[in-house]
Design a protein around this ligand. Sequence first.
Ligand SMILES: C[S@@+](CC[C@H](N)C(=O)[O-])C[C@H]1O[C@@H](n2cnc3c(N)ncnc32)[C@H](O)[C@@H]1O
Length: 350
Amino acid sequence: MARRSSRSSKRVLAADPGIGFSLQLTCKEKTQTDNGDIACQLCKLGDRENQLLLCDGCDRGFHSTCLRPIVFRIPSGSWLCPLCSSSHRGSITDFPLVQTKIIDFFRIQRPFDLAEGARKRRKTNSGIFLKKKSRRLLAFTPSKDPSQRLKQMASLATAMTNSGVEYSDVLTYMPGLAPRSANDASLEKGGMQVMSKEDKASYDQCKEMSRGGACPPLMVTFDSHEGFVVEADGLIKDLTIVAEYTGDVDYMSKRENDDGDSIMGLLFTESSSNDLVICPDKRGNIARFVSGINNHTREGRKKQNLKSVRFNINGKAHALLIAIRDIHKGERLYYDYNGYQHDYPTEHFV
Ligand SMILES: C[S@@+](CC[C@H](N)C(=O)[O-])C[C@H]1O[C@@H](n2cnc3c(N)ncnc32)[C@H](O)[C@@H]1O
């Protein structure tokens, strides 16, 4: 169990302390206050004791909110500060921009033919004009330039390999975790919205494109405050399905003390022992890198351009990230991590 300063008592929530740390930490001396208490190595202050994490390697102190990315939950194992952890010594390793390696990483079987997809889309979308007001969901539109798509996929592969996450664009049911049968959307308290036939066609189209390597127009970059972040690399129209939130499905009750800062609610039932979550720490896709808004401030709330929405698709619960307005090239993607519950601490989010 990672330790906090013995003067602290409150639990801090969430995060991966080590990924791609980018602060310049050169002072190796342990920082202390005038009365000998351990102070934060970064801001040099000994205040906010409940946030002061102690490194298991060197015993130095760090405020969880001074670290970049911010650490929201005390890791359950030992915790090493950026000076002691290997992620500080080696910076982020770029995934090679090599087609064959990218095809292997994303397990692309039959490359999706964009021209063919567009022809198909025109046919299946023949009713879109009439249904314009029904607010149906749109499949994402991949960038036309194959070399740009390759760069987008390499950027995601960089984030995934540096975070130790294997690519998966579907919900995974692993032995020892919740079985597939536990994901029964009809158990949702109050009922879960059933995806319409038209929206399902858009959803299926997204899945087919992803299987063929025609990814959404997104680029993953590293930000010193937020860690890996996702940015639009082309126009994303309002109501576009940007990504499905994927990862291992597990019972929420088994994950209450999990260190993961990316756990997403999937099913909320009458009996909390049947509630499910998606855990993208081992397997997942681009959705797990999308930033959250600070929902304590007006400025933070204004950043939201996606919404996470759960649907009953063929009897199973799924969580999708959907554009809630047009998103322009270069804009960072944000949604409210507290969409369903209100226990994700975002007051320190930028
Ligand atoms: C779901 S993960 C997002 C991916 C994460 N940035 C990464 O590198 O793995 C949530 C974590 O990202 C960081 N994060 C997300 N949104 C943020 C924001 N608006 N400000 C600061 N940190 C943020 C926090 O460290 C948070 O615990």
